[in-house]
Write a protein that binds this ligand. Sequence first.
Ligand code: SF4
Ligand code: SF4
Length: 237
Amino acid sequence: MTETLAHYKAPVVAGYPDVPLAEKQRLFDEIRGDIRFADYLYGCYECGICVAACPSARFYDFSPRRIAQAAAREDVELVYQQMQEDIWECSQCFSCLRCPRGNNPGGIITIMREVAVNNGMASAREALAGYSRIIYKIMSTGTQVSPDMLQPDAFPDWGPETGDVSTHLDLWRRALPSETLHTTSTGWAVDDKTLVELYLIWFHTGALDVIKDVDRGLHAILQEVMEERLEEEGIQI
Ligand code: SF4
Ligand code: SF4
């Protein structure tokens, strides 16, 4: 996390912490400096095709066209404003790749999210707060959301079947054809060698450090889990 943002006591404007223009410019420069940026933005016809294709635009006050235009116009104020809320409303489906200009608004949003996370922005912490259980599961087990997380109280909209499946979870899982799927606390069985390789990748690529910027508690737990496993394997990091 940059010291500049981390220690700045920001006034709250329009429901989010404001920062000086120089900070907004720095964040935009970070977005524009990403190696993918030039390939994601070629200008904008304002045709609205991306909006018509975008599922999130149907349900939120959100528009991929506004994202592309703000970036194309280098409107640092608006880009900063979009980093508070808009970018977290995108489902990253990339239907906006239909853009006749060759833009990738969803890709620009990916970069904006990464910059928000890397700078420890409050909007990133808030948007990711609900995902800590899932991040923990993925990074500690090397798989994904596990069957034992699918409880009826967590997913009331999935209907009564969820309750039946969770009650007889062992049986359901044993009925699956592949041996690697006969687990309930992980999505599938991951062998130790793969898990160790994943831990090393997350350490060395800085993926673990990124989590530190948004959730220090989760980072501490994950670091402990990973270091313990690597130590068992005789690996020093
Ligand atoms: S990637 Fe985001 S902006 Fe693009 S169509 Fe999907 S939800 Fe909309
Ligand atoms: S489809 Fe492309 S050119 Fe059209 S409004 Fe969206 S970003 Fe701009």
